[in-house]
Ligand binder design. Structure first.
Ligand code: FAD
Length: 535
């Protein structure tokens, strides 16, 4: 049985571990944080009771995330699958609520009633960790922080260049909480799921020629909260409509609020560093800023709570990561934020990370299957399995159903080394354009959320998209947001398709403009003839 070390027990690491366990790997997750108190091997229980407490943001999960959750394992009859379990604790949001000055304006996300789902990061991560811990082929080691890795250890041992004590291809060294000496382990496959500051990525960069860039934007974010209000019967109720993602766009900065199942909202203020320094230092200034800019939100959040939270919480930076390649031989692969941390403005970071897992598992299944059943003819174009088609996409039909899982996932037979090597190489070669595309889209969406959502051109285009989506046959036209959020179409194909649609819209606008100008010209000519005749 091949062994896999998943470095990072965040949501992407847990999902990838479950997917590999279903494909015959003996998986160990190494997570640097202490174990949650509820964990079955929680001897090193941390004070927080959760591995994810350090970033207690709630997240919006949509189609790509849900497809990723469904891709790991076959559904058991009558049992909830992973996606059902996650959605069970989520609050669906059907629209954005734009809070301008004194007005509220609801903008539906989809013409077909599709929604995004607000889930607590803590709940999601703990749920996935519990699922991983209860799988017989997965072990979770908390308090393990990766320090060093040698991804050629097995090869060196075979060539007599290293002691032949390692059982796997790679050797990993972890610092362990409460232990002086490091722990050295080996594994055949290493998945780097250790987030934006990935140590696996650092080690990969020491092994191969590796492109890497991390860029920060000037804006920072801080999390605030909006408590539940009490209804007439004294029961807790939401202070705002819970089925909306609330946005207070203010051009250079914005406040957003996502609902939680306990009737509270988690609010996030995104603003340039200068705003934090100038307007959010000290109680008086902070309250004056909120009274001026977010007068309707402040009383709901509570003046004291806002002043206290702004004073106590250090704003966090926002960065994106780009790198290439994502793999090394059949032994190492980067998934999730370690390979493509992005700005949070499209709500796609985790959705994309879960999609990484789905794409990887599909490639592993296909290469394993092709190896077992060699065909005389060339296989169909690869990598296109994750919806590369640029047109005629039915937005919801692309989500793979668990019943579509390949025999490997169902039987638990593991892929050969060669099949794995081909799958990882293909992942690196074909996933890059999609990851670059979503990082770009996420960056552009900051401007859209802060400003464009209230501009006339934006609203006109939104109405035009909605109209065409209603009148044209399914899949002929789709808004950029719907393609990103409610489909599994590759992100790069989404960008190409949007570019084509944008050209059509501007041609229609030009044609209408020319038509109107021509009509006006004819009208003017007739009018002047008429007045000339009368004169
Ligand atoms: P992480 O969640 O960062 O997990 C990495 C894990 O690795 C952690 O548990 C960490 O402790 C562990 N680790 C780190 N280093 C080591 C080491 N050396 N050894 C062992 N373990 C290690 N995404 C969405 O899809 N929708 C949203 O609405 C959304 N909103 C967001 C809002 C904000 C403000 C931010 C900042 C992000 C948002 N995201 C959203 C992005 C999302 O949070 C990330 O994309 C997602 O958490 C990435 O998951 P991951 O498992 O790859 O990494």
């Amino acid at each position: 049985m091949p062994s896999a070390a998943v470095v990072g027990g965040g949501p992407v690491g847990c999902l990838a571990a479950l997917g590999l366990a279903h494909r015959g790997f003996a998986v160990t997750i190494y997570e640097s944080r202490p174990a949650p108190i509820s964990s079955s091997n929680g001897s090193a229980a941390g004070p927080s009771g959760s591995t994810a407490r350090a970033r207690s943001i709630n997240l919006a999960i949509s189609t790509r995330g849900i497809s990723g959750l469904r891709a790991v394992a076959p559904a058991l009859p009558g049992k909830m699958d992973l996606a059902d379990m996650v959605l069970d604790g989520a609050v669906p949001m059907r629209a954005r609520m734009i809070h301008t000055g004194h007005e509220q304006n609801s903008q539906a996300y989809s013409a077909d009633g599709e929604c995004i789902n607000s889930v607590s990061r803590t709940h999601l991560n703990d749920l996935l960790l519990q699922q991983a811990e209860s799988h017989p082929s997965v072990t979770v080691c908390y308090g393990h922080r990766l320090k060093r890795a040698d991804f050629d250890k097995g090869e060196k041992a075979r060539k007599g260049k290293a002691p032949a004590d390692a059982e796997g291809e790679c050797e990993l060294m972890f610092g362990v909480d409460g232990q002086e000496s490091p722990s050295v382990v080996s594994a055949d496959l290493v998945l780097g799921c250790d987030g934006i500051n990935s140590a696996v990525r650092d080690q990969l960069a020491r092994t191969i020629s590796f492109d890497f860039a991390r860029s920060y934007i000037d804006s920072l974010y801080v999390e605030l909260s909006m408590p539940a209000k009490l209804d007439a019967a004294g029961q807790p109720d939401f202070a705002l409509d819970p089925h909306h993602l609330h946005i207070w766009p203010r051009h250079d900065y914005m406040l957003i609020a996502l609902p939680n199942p306990d009737h509270t909202f988690t609010c996030t203020l995104f603003a340039p560093a200068g705003i934090f320094e100038e307007h959010l230092s000290g109680r008086e200034k902070t309250l004056a800023f909120f009274e001026d800019k977010f007068p309707d939100a402040l009383p709901l959040m509570g003046r004291d709570a806002v002043a206290r939270d702004i004073a106590e919480r250090r704003p966090s930076p926002l960065a994106s990561v780009r790198c290439r390649p994502y793999h090394y031989k059949g032994r190492v692969l980067l998934l999730g934020d370690s390979s493509h941390a992005m700005l949070p403005f499209y709500g796609q970071g985790l959705n994309c990370g879960f999609e990484d897992v789905r794409v990887l598992l599909e490639l592993i299944d296909r290469h394993a299957e092709e190896e077992e059943m060699p065909r005389p003819t060339a296989p169909a174009p690869t990598s296109r399995t994750h919806s590369r088609s640029d047109s005629g996409v039915s937005m919801s039909s692309r989500a793979p159903s668990p019943r579509a899982l390949k025999p490997h996932a169902v039987s638990g037979a593991h892929p050969s080394t060669q099949a794995l090597e081909r799958a990882l190489a293909e992942y690196s070669a074909t996933r890059h354009d999609d990851l670059v595309a979503i990082c770009d889209l996420a960056q552009n969406n900051y401007y859209e959320m802060c400003s464009r959502v209230v501009s006339r051109t934006y609203l006109l285009r939104k109405h035009f998209d909605t109209l065409l989506m209603r009148v044209l046959p399914a899949g002929w036209w789709s808004s950029l947001y719907a393609m990103v959020t409610f489909s599994n179409l590759g992100y790069a194909a989404v960008m190409r398709r949007e570019e084509r649609q944008r050209r059509i819209v501007s041609n229609v606008a030009i044609a209408s403009g020319v038509g109107l100008a021509a009509a006006a010209g004819v009208g003017l000519a007739r009018a002047s003839r008429f007045w000339a005749q009368r004169a």
